[in-house]
Design a protein around this ligand. Sequence first.
Ligand code: SAH
Length: 347
Amino acid sequence: MESFFEQMGFKTFHARQVLKWIHKHGVTDFDQMTDLSKKLRAQLKLMSEIRVPEIILEQPSRDGTCKWLLELDCNNRIETVMIPDDGRTTLCVSSQVGCALDCSFCSTAKQGFNRNLSVAEIIGQVWVAVRTMEQSLTNVVLMGMGEPLANLDAVVDAMSIMQDDLAYGLSKYRVTVSTAGIVPALYELGKVSDVSLAVSLHAPNNALRDELVPINKKYPLEELIPACREFVRGDKRRKITWEYVMLDGINDSDRNAKELIRLLEGTPSKMNLIPFNPFPGSGYKASPPERIEAFRQRLMKAGIISITRKTRGDDIDAACGQLVGRVKDKSRRTLSDDESAWGGIAK
Ligand code: SAH
């Protein structure tokens, strides 16, 4: 933004003023930016626009969670979820329209992939949420639709606005990016950002992980784990949050727990066990609660802090892996069922 102002022949400090107007004060009309000269305001109106995603649908859940369906343009809709919990309010933000990684147990994956979100579309979700919800925002997780590290540049810029005191002022411990494990992007992220890291592990060995999280074939565990360790190196307070979906009879045995403990030895870890959220045609079942608890206890005994993630917003399909929005799928050749249902908008 500073170079934008410079190129227009204005002082760079106006970037800070505009950032504050938009994100701290929620102003979307240049004429309300009273500390900018009339000349500058006129110039800004000619050269730029302030546009926020439009709320198409607001779905409140029985448990206080709220899901927004946001329209970006006529082909693309994404979902954003607000999760209040014990004095915290976490916003779960999307980074792409759909997802190309095709994890076998994720319903976003079944929608296919259309495109990356821009910085404006990512931070726009935060802007809309903050202006819509009653509570103040305390945490952001990039755990919505998409693979954030496949859209690294935009995600990094949006997260820096989340952390900026002129905007949302969230600390590095309160902004978390979650990845299925795009190893080169993880090293890049470590160089330019200090946010918290969550990694979708889901399996303790390559054979099983290849099946559940196919990106593992490209970046297997022996590359992923060192990349994660490098990310938290040098900060004793930091741990990797591992996400592990509990699939009945697939990855939830005592043997799997033992393997997992061995895999994570020496890595500062926190384990999030996620009860599988079913969706039609998934072919998986959630592990029974007793199995999840036994698995958790095994990890705890081995010194790995482990929690079972509370399922939130499942009555409105807002739980992990259930976000779908509307995706014009470019990754498949044939018209998907969804596209025909929208009257062939895609073509
Ligand atoms: N692509 C990123 C961001 C998504 S985060 C990533 O993979 O980390 C969403 C989390 O929910 C991921 O850990 C994902 O693997 C998990 N998830 C996906 N589908 C799920 C389902 N049906 N039930 C429970 N968790 C699921």
